[in-house]
Design a protein around this ligand. Sequence first.
Ligand SMILES: *Cc1c(COP(=O)(O)O)cnc(C)c1O
Length: 969
Amino acid sequence: MSVDFRSASLSALAYHDEFVQRHIGPDTQQTAAILASLGVASVKELIDKTVPEAIRLKGELNLGDAVTEADALAQLKAIASKNKVFKSYIGMGYHDTHVPNVVLRNVLENPGWYTAYTPYQPEIAQGRLEALLNYQQMIIDLTGMEMANASMLDEGTAAAEAMAMCKRQNKKSKSDVFFVDADTHPQTIAIVKTRAEHFGFEVVVAPIEQLEQGDYFGALLSYPGSSGQVRDLTSIIEAAHHRNALVTVASDLMALMLLKSPGAMGADVVIGTNQRFGIPMGFGGPHAGFFAFRDAYKRSAPGRIIGVSIDARGKQALRMAMQTREQHIRREKANSNICTSQVLLAVMSVFYAIYHGPEGLTRIANRIHRLTAIAASALKAKGFGIGNSQFFDTITVNAGDNQKAIYQAALNAQINLRLVASDSLGISLNETTSAADLEQLLAVFGVTGIELEALDAQVREGKNLVARNAIPAELLRSDAVLTHPVFNSYHSETEMLRYLKRLESKDIALNNAMIPLGSCTMKLNATAEMIPVTWPEFGKLHPFAPIDQAEGYKILFEQLQDMLKACTGYDAISLQPNAGSQGEYAGLVTIKKYFESKGETQRDICLIPASAHGTNPASAQMVSYKVVVVACDNKGNVDLDDLRDKIATYGDQIACIMVTYPSTHGVFEEGITQLCDMIHAIGGQVYIDGANMNALVGVAAPGKFGGDVSHLNLHKTFCIPHGGGGPGMGPIGVGKHLEPFLAAHPVQAVPGTSVENGTISAAPWGSASILPISWMYIKMMGAAGMRQATEMAIVNANYVARKLEGAYPILYKGTHGFVAHECLLDLRPLKEASGISEEDIAKRLMDFGFHAPTMSFPVAGTLMIEPTESESKVELDKFVQAMLTIRAEIDQVIKGEISADASPLHNAPHTQDDVLDENWSRAYSRDIASRPAPWLKQHKVWPSVNRIDNVYGDRNLVCSCPSIDNYME
Ligand SMILES: *Cc1c(COP(=O)(O)O)cnc(C)c1O
């Protein structure tokens, strides 16, 4: 809609720039050219021939008109400014922190880092892989464990995963009971209980002393405790081991700069959050959970592990270790359903550690501890009892009858304290706490007129009893940590900046080229969408701050929920799940609770089509549902005859079916309404995996065509960037009947939920601080824009399919010969004829500057391409040209002009080491090797390593930073 400026009214003459036209890649002319090549007269005709009539929405979504970038930002700023930023000393796993500015601008605000994909193609991901390896090293060092994974979704889910791993790993114990130290953060306890309930475990929450009395397969202990208490766990862990229980310790990275490590005390698993290492609190997230464990458990660990291997030249190279054995890919036999994790946040936290170095971090930890010691002794001198005699940064102060009054006095001074039981207050100090803050804090307790300087002198000179007892000598850390050169080399900002840039430049992210990943929707993450993420009004809120301080967030949540309801056709939205996998789990929990409420507990079967994403069966097993696979027919559709058979066999044992729509085969199945009807007819529920919502928004709505529940990957369809493998958000939409069973939170009440429903994530609204991204997107697109994005995603996918089908067969198409928003290229016949594999093609694409499409999912020997609406025809044509050039190279092999082994396909990717090699002896030129298309002569991202040896890396699993000598050569 363009404004005619000669006749426009005065208000329409205002600055007007349509975001929709910038979000969508092809302009009017390009679109016309694409439609011509597809042989359709209009976008509408294509959609009519692609999306089944039966499920089509009539009319526009209830989202209103599009708003310009400037107006959307102004509207959101007005909402954000309703949040009140108080000083929060609540603790409970969330602490204010200073994000180093060099990390803020060059990582968190830098598309080179935040738009990257999960490093499945390691040769063009060595930068973030190195950062993640550093992260694992940091976690290994601080926890004193042998191994660590590359991040979990948050502390609470890390604890729940630890419980599950202890159960898998503990062959000696027959017990189904898990012990939890009562002095553990309440949100962690709630998540562990929810997980245990659905696995069929029992949880005993009791004071740590009682661990010796029962028969448990595992225990979760907190060090420091939620109250702040720090105690030596060595003998407790030893006794637990004696009784065949494995022990997980929840810990705190900053405390571990000073405290003896849980590893040194015998822990089997150590978990926690990295938030206070330079990640804004963000009203709950995103942050990275950490997960460290014994070497012996490496095959059983959840999540991704980065390992060291070698490339084709024998050079050291990094990759995700044990990829094929990893997590959800093993479907119902998976260790965990976790897929997207928290790469960007893991990376930020290790950059915080690299920036400060071990000395800087020790200084920060010491300062926090010293201020806490001063606070404790000042309060004690004033007559307050301190509940914990040993502490790092947290004390529980007995305020007796004055609890409420002091709490209120604090609020009046814009200070948040933690309410503990009926008579105590918790105080946790942090990196940002200054001496002036401390004075102000003490004043609300009526502590004034105390000579803090004198007290501090006493503390420093060891004359203060409270301070002297706070960390007994035997609990002090005596080993050196973060000694690897990476933590000791980049302390000047110049060096730090260049290190960040060096790593970034090794990787291909969306700021370099399209990333045509089927199922993962790598579309534009617009700058305007990202800007609010780092506003302090969103970043500096503690998730458990009194809710009246979060008025802005409340409005944001309500508006976003309404937007998502409009997009999906569901009646209610839960914003708690932190990724698609967590949404699946949350959705299945609501289904299970719903059936419990109706007394239909015999329903324990989850039907899943053979083409499903691995997280589906992995999630089903987490609610103790048995997975029954439904076949697909030769067109790639769910085989309705097989479904009928399965229904006849299992009847009212069936709880639900999980289907992805449009299917992972890239087709709008005509049978979807019939499928939903068949399941409903026997009282079952339909879970529609919403990862492919990018093909549906504004065109069809799962809540309207038969779905009872769906998760949405906000980091796919709704523009949250992929972060190199997280953060994400996986809210779920549900029908009215499931609404009473949505996830709750034990600390911060989620409106309309009850705590018996259970808790999925550590924070009540998941990763709240990235929700503005999706809000901005929908606001700037408006109803028509959202529909147009979907239509253009389908247009672009069909264009690529049409351009490539002569060279590579398209495996599945709809009735009229069109695909949905993605397409599968069948490479099996070519592989048969030439010996060239899908991997060869994927690696060769790197030489053209492209990231490969999704490989071998959902069908082995295929590539799945999803171009998204954001790619212009210019970029699509480049990609097509690359694929056609590759096809010509395959033909040379088929014709016998070159052997597969000698071909550039087999040797790809080509590096500078290759083309600068004095003994160039390949059967093709250096230009063909490294500049096989014209645009590469102007600019090229060089893969920094040659093809990586997967087998070597798994045989010699190393998940920590290699000694610096290995980098020399
Ligand atoms: C991405 C994806 C998931 C998992 O989502 P995460 O956010 O990575 O946990 C589930 N199903 C499908 C079809 C997907 O593409």
